[in-house]
Design a protein around this ligand. Structure first.
Ligand SMILES: [Zn+2]
Length: 228
């Protein structure tokens, strides 16, 4: 029987890591969780939200899926955990920030160009939530990077179709943050709604802007959603 490394890791968490967080978890249980940020990120194993943001226990309400996509509010994609998480985070937890975080070398974005195995019918339908971000060009790394960023903006637009999000963004109670994490550079590029561009966090003056406005690329192309 092979070594059960998962069991080893669970034991080591309890023994080595948990003690330094014991008090923190105790107060988070007694006082409940009050995260300020809803983080919608791709499931990619190279995207580490806690590492990127320096967040600890109780700070991020986290939902992840393939591509960091936001399903439509109208339920036309059936029951979805991401839509439920958005409603819960806004209405019950009263988060003040929502981050949508895509990344470089995203398999979901690549699959928009290259397709998925025929038996992956759930994945195939899910990827439609990023379809409008795809460009009518030959697949290449540059097209993938641009599509990854366009997909983030597309999801911000769909977030604004959630009435409880829209009203709070317009009231200045919630800020939206579109991020594109470039894995190999350790750099998050943040969406700037004023210029319609992504800026490296190391030179940006903010971590994302709202309220959301239509995304206009430098070539003047306006990104549209399938539910304008
Ligand atoms: Zn991804």
């Amino acid at each position: 029987m092979p070594d059960d490394d998962l069991l080893d890791r669970l034991r080591s968490f309890k023994r080595d890591a948990f003690p330094q967080y014991r008090q923190q978890f105790k107060s988070l249980v007694e006082g409940g969780q009050h995260p300020t940020t809803l983080f919608i990120g791709c499931s990619d194993s190279r995207l580490l939200p806690y590492l990127l943001t320096g967040a600890g226990p109780g700070e991020l309400f986290l939902v992840r899926n393939v591509g960091a996509f936001v399903p439509p509010y109208d339920g036309s994609y059936g029951h979805h955990g991401t839509a439920a998480a958005i409603e819960f985070a806004v209405l019950n937890l009263h988060v003040s920030r929502i981050v949508v975080c895509g990344h470089s070398h995203c398999g979901a974005i690549r699959a928009l160009y290259e397709g998925v195995p025929p038996e992956a019918h759930n994945l195939q339908r899910w990827l439609e939530l990023g379809r409008d971000a795809a460009l009518p060009v030959q697949p290449c790394e540059e097209a993938f990077r641009r599509t990854e960023q366009r997909a983030v903006v597309l999801q911000l637009g769909r977030l604004m179709e959630f009435p409880m999000v829209r009203s709070r963004v317009l009231a200045g109670e919630i800020s939206l943050h579109g991020w594109h994490y470039v894995i190999e550079e350790g750099e998050v590029h943040v969406f700037d709604v004023e210029t319609g561009r992504f800026l490296a966090a190391s030179v940006a003056t903010h971590s994302g802007t709202g309220p959301y406005a239509p995304y206009v690329e430098h070539d003047g192309q306006v990104l549209s959603d399938e539910n304008p």
